[in-house]
Write a protein that binds this ligand. Structure first.
Ligand SMILES: CC1=C(CCC(=O)O)c2cc3nc(cc4[nH]c(cc5[nH]c(cc1n2)c(C)c5CCC(=O)O)c(CCC(=O)O)c4C)C(CCC(=O)O)=C3C
Ligand SMILES: [Fe+2]
Length: 324
């Protein structure tokens, strides 16, 4: 940890009261061409949970779990909701921070999962005089700490299935769907979002002593005419039921905490589909504050500074509907 004098957790952000839901959603989809009907649908998901996304509290919990691991101050700033990263960077500058490590709450390459966090950091720094250097830690999808945490939670989800289904329950890994064009341009050679998710899924499956597993997608957004990664997790459950599969464990390997995409899209939507199909399905917790995952953050800070991403990798999608 020789050289960082602070850690900043950089996350997505989420609303914490009903009146914040729409302004938060407007921030998320600004210029992205997400249809109004989709936005209202997603608003209803948040309002069903009292207008509170779990994600901010999960960031606070992660930070509390990190305190005993680190001997530097820990800050937290978001892309889409308070505390906004720019305000955090202003505080860091005022506190005299010179060179901070940034832990973004996403393990993978891609525009939404990597490049956009880099943009968030640079935009925040540009707005603050005397802003510290901020070094984004590397992608951690294949880190033993991440893999062990996800595997541990998957084991626990398997143990919650009826005994007779544990041995042959299907392991179904899930991640946020993204537009095919975004998937094609992820990473220096393209395709890195899917490739890294496949890698993480097979590492977790291997840790469980399993070979066979599936990787499918969830939480599709965007205009209907734009193709996104498929199949969707609910369609995949239909397919498995037709094949005679009676039990499955859903493992949200694409996320690091049980935020709204997990507690709604998996625990409400996919769970309901499983029930209609008469399948036994449990959902594994995401990494969250698993001690091995928490320790991973310190280990990442102890690594040599990662090489910066090539300027051409994970380019932003063409902007729509916001006048450029
Ligand atoms: C790859 C990826 C991750 C994983 C990496 C990472 O974690 O960063 C992720 C995480 C998340 N996505 C989240 C929420 C939303 N994502 C949306 C929309 C979109 N996501 C996209 C991609 C991703 N998203 C994309 C390509 C869009 C289309 C619009 C655009 O091009 O940007 C929308 C708009 C409404 C809708 O869903 O249609 C919402 C509300 C939350 C917060 C949950 C909470 O509040 O608890 C989290 C952690
Ligand atoms: Fe998203």
């Amino acid at each position: 940890m020789a050289s960082y004098d602070a850690l900043v957790v950089v996350s997505f952000g989420g609303p914490e009261k009903p009146a914040d839901v729409m302004p938060f959603l407007e921030n998320v989809v600004r210029g992205r061409g997400v249809p109004r009907e989709r936005l209202l649908e997603v608003e209803a998901h948040y309002q069903r949970f009292g207008g509170v996304s779990p994600i901010n509290q999960q960031c606070r919990d992660l930070i509390e779990a990190l305190r005993p691991e680190l001997d530097v101050p820990i800050y937290w700033g978001n892309r889409n909701w308070h505390p906004f990263l720019e305000d955090t960077v202003r505080q860091m500058a005022a506190d005299g921070v010179r060179r901070a490590a940034a832990f973004a709450t996403s393990a993978y390459a891609g525009y939404s999962s990597c490049r956009q966090y880099l943009e968030d950091i640079e935009r925040a720094r540009a707005g603050v005089e005397g802003a510290p250097r901020i070094v984004k830690l590397r992608h951690f999808y294949d880190h033993p700490g991440f893999v062990a945490a996800v595997a541990d939670h998957a084991r626990d989800a398997l143990s919650r299935l009826p005994e007779e289904h544990r041995r042959d329950a299907r392991l179904v890994f899930t991640a946020h769907s993204i537009p095919l064009s975004m998937a094609a341009s992820a990473g220096p050679a393209g395709g890195a979002y899917e490739a890294q998710l496949h890698k993480a899924s097979s590492l977790v499956a291997a840790a469980l002593g399993r070979g066979e597993h599936d990787l499918v997608w969830q939480s599709r957004s965007g205009p209907p005419q734009v193709p996104w990664l498929e199949p969707d997790v609910c369609d995949h459950l239909d397919h498995l039921a037709k094949e005679g599969v009676r039990a499955a464990v859903l493992i949200p390997v694409g996320f690091v905490s049980d935020h709204m995409e997990v507690v709604y899209d998996l625990d409400v939507e996919a769970a309901q589909r499983a029930e209609e199909l008469g399948m036994h399905v449990t959902r594994a917790k995401s990494a969250g504050t698993h001690p091995r995952f928490v320790r991973m953050v310190r280990e990442l800070m102890e690594e040599p500074e990662p090489a910066p991403c090539a300027a051409t990798c994970c380019p932003p999608p063409a902007r729509r509907g916001a006048g450029g």
